[in-house]
Ligand binder design. Sequence first.
Ligand code: GLC
Length: 627
Amino acid sequence: MKLTRPASTSDAELFALRSARSAADLWEPLERLYGAHPGYMVFRDGLKTLLEDSWAARPTALRCLDLERDLKPGWFQQPDQVGYVFYIDRFAGNLRGVLEHIDYLKALGVTYVHFMPCLKPREGANDGGYSVEDYREINPALGTMADFEAVAAALRAEGIGICIDLVLNHTSESHAWAKAARAGDAVTEAYYHTFAEDTLPRQYEETLLEIFPDVAPGNFTFDEDLKKWVWTTFNTHQWDLNWTNPQVFLEIAEIMLFLLNKGAETLRLDAVAFMWKEMGTLCQNLPPVHDILQALRAVSRIAAPGSLLKAEAIVPPTELVAYLGKGIQSGKVSNLAYHNNLMVQFWSSLAARDTRLMAHVLGTHFPSNFKNATWATYLRCHDDIGWAITDEDADAVGWNAFSHRQFLADFYEGVFPGSFATGGLFQFNPATQDKRNNGTLASLAGLEKALEAGDPVATDDAVARILMGHALIASFGGLPLIYMGDELGTLNVRGEYEDGDTRLMQRPVMDWALATKRTDPATIEGRIFTGITHILARRAATPQLHAEHPTEILPGPAPAIFAFRRAAPGRPLVALFNFSEAPQRVPQEMLVEAGITAPFDTLSQTPLTPLEGWILLPPYAPLWLTN
Ligand code: GLC
């Protein structure tokens, strides 16, 4: 279709143009996924109708946002974009309460808030809200859908967009579909993977991993009502959806557009790696998963084009890139994906005071930038840290992967001699010796131990690690996410953890009394908060940090130094990070080769004068060098 009357283009015309723009992106993967299904033609019609109806129902304010973002497709890659992640109850009591803290968010420079699971969960244990009973209702403890719409509109007026979780891999066993299945409805039973006997489940188990070996061993659960086995990758109350069924796609697409029309601007697609199962495989990261994501992205791009999809795939380096689009899917899968490898390598380098593995992993497995997509960069999250370090990568730098992983788990549990960290263990698996860790940023970075010991030098080091980490995620390329409390140096939560979920160690309640110290530079809270706001303000003012500019990993001039170059045309930036408590030096030649001839640290706003051909990097210092 050709635009004939640009000045008066109607919504219907825009919809037709956007449908045409994304037609191939939508129907090609769907053809691959469901083309052979007997119900495919009916499914196609159903999806077309859904797209039209959802667009027709899209509120005007959101249509304006759509148009604005269509005209500025890289908006989410801009250096002034900053994310902040919190549980609504722990941050503000309830949904409406969030509006009382807009000033706080603005002081940090936040443009995006991720409300941790806020849709109606099952009663009782619900995996921190990831066992969803109703995708169309807000958790009643937090408010209503009307509150959500009001809060979304109020935040949008302040330039802040909301991200919410959409769990794609499973629903709660108390979801209406599962309840109907239990009551004998064959249609909704086919939304799940059920087995009359355990023969197939046992065969699948041969190649599956266990996600929660401690609390929910195995991947299948026998349901007493159904008298069948149900696929439950995570907890027994989380039933995996059967994505080979096109009806599941349709249902989820409908929910997705419903939530986007309520004012959610980003959907965090939870546990996407597990959506497709094939016998004899890990049932993770299979190619149909990327087809599903491509099709969902096309759905949102047609009927809610101002929105973003963010993939949560916490997977090894070689598997991660496909979630941002690889090969023919380049630029077509998720807009955002968590860079769990950057996070893991940050902690690995801090513990080892050695960045060689980090430089190898980040320099080998990842393209320097992406089309229409970028990373969500972060230092820790609400989950545990899994040490996703492969044998091949460790071999490449002459390390032993198994012992390095064990070292990291011990180090961040705080039991390795000399460790600065305080943390916890998560889901120790005696069969594989696999250990993961819990902890807040500040405790893992050494603040808890330093304060307990009353050691001012160790305290300075811990604060410096926290700030260096933020300088890293703010400059690497992507949308940096700050986890609530980290901006104040919040320590680990101690005590009994509900449902035995030790990840609650890193899910604190906001201490607003403590937060009042944030402007006082004489306090730890003040040093961290002002340090982070400074980093984010400098980020916003540094065009080289736009995510579209390639991130080229440079060979570190010393093991403790991590270096990369942001290749903005004509005005490169070189970022340097000292991962140790010893001062380091960088040869001026290296900078000259990278295009920095008159080094100016744009982070601290100071020119640097090389001394006898070297520039100095104080302990745990970040530098963002431009000319
Ligand atoms: C994601 C969530 C995690 C949850 C899991 C199952 O990984 O981040 O908290 O347990 O999905 O829903």
